[in-house]
Design a binder for this molecule. Sequence first.
Ligand code: N01
Length: 535
Amino acid sequence: MAGNTEPERIEALVIGAGFAGLYLLHKLRGLGIPAMALEAGDGVGGTWYWNRYPGARCDVESMQYSFGFSEELQQAWNWSERFAAQPEILRYANHVADRLDLRRDISFKTRAVAAAWDAAAARWLVETDTGRRISARHLILATGCLSAARLPDIPGIADFAGRIYHTGQWPHEGVDFTGQRVAIIGTGSSAIQAIPVIAQQAAQLTVFQRTPNFSIPSRNGPMTEDYAESWKRDYPAKRAAARRMRTGILYNLSQTPAMSVSEAERRAEYERRWAAGGTAFMAAFSDLLTNREANDTAADFVREKIRGLVHDPEVAEILLPRNHPIGTKRICVDTAYYETFNLPHVKLVDVRNHPITRITPEGVEAGGAAHAVDCIVFATGFDAMTGTILAIDIRGRDGVAMREAWADGPRTHLGLMVAGFPNLFLITGPGSPSVLSNMIVSIEQHVDWVCDALAHLGRQGQGVMETTLKAQEDWVAHVNEVAHRTLYPQANSWYMGANIPGKPQLFMPYVGGVGTYRQICDDIAAQGYPGFAFT
Ligand code: N01
């Protein structure tokens, strides 16, 4: 009986072997803290391991979407494109794991299912789906923010006669859509990348759109030696500058409010950024996410571009995003997304007012019409930020479940710790900049902070670190207050938990900016961790 045997013992147990888990293992090893990681997949890479859908790529430039903690590593690796595609990012994750010899501390195909704090022993007891029991002084959740893939509650999915795919759980062997009639449900970032690529193969592609999104052309292309060199000869300084930016990405962030310049100047700036491509479009003016009038000018510009790109005015009209300020749902970045709707075999179905009612064995039913298809791609997103954490039955002090503690939405101190859950650390958790930033920059900052805290704990000769409830409540209030100074809460986004029926709605990430947030975390550490108790 597994329950009667002594659990395995380790100092630090990491859950997940994506970029956060990998860097944690490396860093903990450097500190001399025995650590191991559990990983549900059979390989490293986290989100880049699972999201293998056609067209998957990162919309942060490759030179910046990579680890900055090691000069040798960043000099050694060569990216082939301005924005790297999923297979290349996954190769990079594998390269890091090999180069740093991390695999020997990772248990693959092992999912943590429960974790309980044993106050007497001052340790976590973690159980896995393979029946292992592991006792760890510290438990670090590097579980990712967009890993709990979600199928919508549409009746009949199980009855569909063809194949069903979710972008976030794509078959490793790939999918050949040649000659197929394909349905894709959803028009978020994943769909906007997948649609143009699937359209190249499919005999017929039907896109079911509930909410149109704003998308900016990526202007992706091969990496040039000059551009790579411009980063590599100055990497440490450039990384340091990126860490102080609002998004953790080094780009031209305007300090000028949009309405302080003439319409002609505004347009020229939008045109310049549209031509340059990528998410830096949203940095055209300083107040696009705080001033609705300013935001409208950017939104109008993009809507005009969509009208220009899509030949059929009726189709263009359906594609125009109107129900949220631009940037308040994650801005999308594409390669020929809008142009794909000019192809004769690509059809757009507006399911905003006539929702999908059911999946039948033959296809998708919406607005009283039946759409016969051979396969369905669900690009319907994730139970974001909290899904993977709450999938583990976590019990803190006095057996209190994380699910109870977060019944009204996630509450954390700095997105790093939760009151009542000692020695439990979150990497890029809710309440930190996380998904609003270059994830690798935010991951490195959190891992560094957690490891510094563990080193501090060791130096004090103490074993338990915990946030105080007061500090947590102050932080939650601050996160909320800063969010409501912006336009973000105006969108029904997954940032708000709005994509999951019944999920408490509050703005989960911290919008204060990566640089500001880093300073707050650094100050707390420098002051001996006020707001945290050590015993
Ligand atoms: O998921 P989403 P995603 N009927 O939640 C629709 C990151 N990412 O996987 O908006 C019809 O954004 C839903 O409609 P609505 C990035 O942070 C990054 O695309 O709820 N439609 C929506 O259109 C991103 O934001 C990259 O009305 C239904 C779509 O499904 C995050 O991951 C690439 C429906 C879900 O969109 C998630 O993106 C990819 C229903 N019943 C992802 N249920 C890059 O770095 C849901 N939808 C480039």
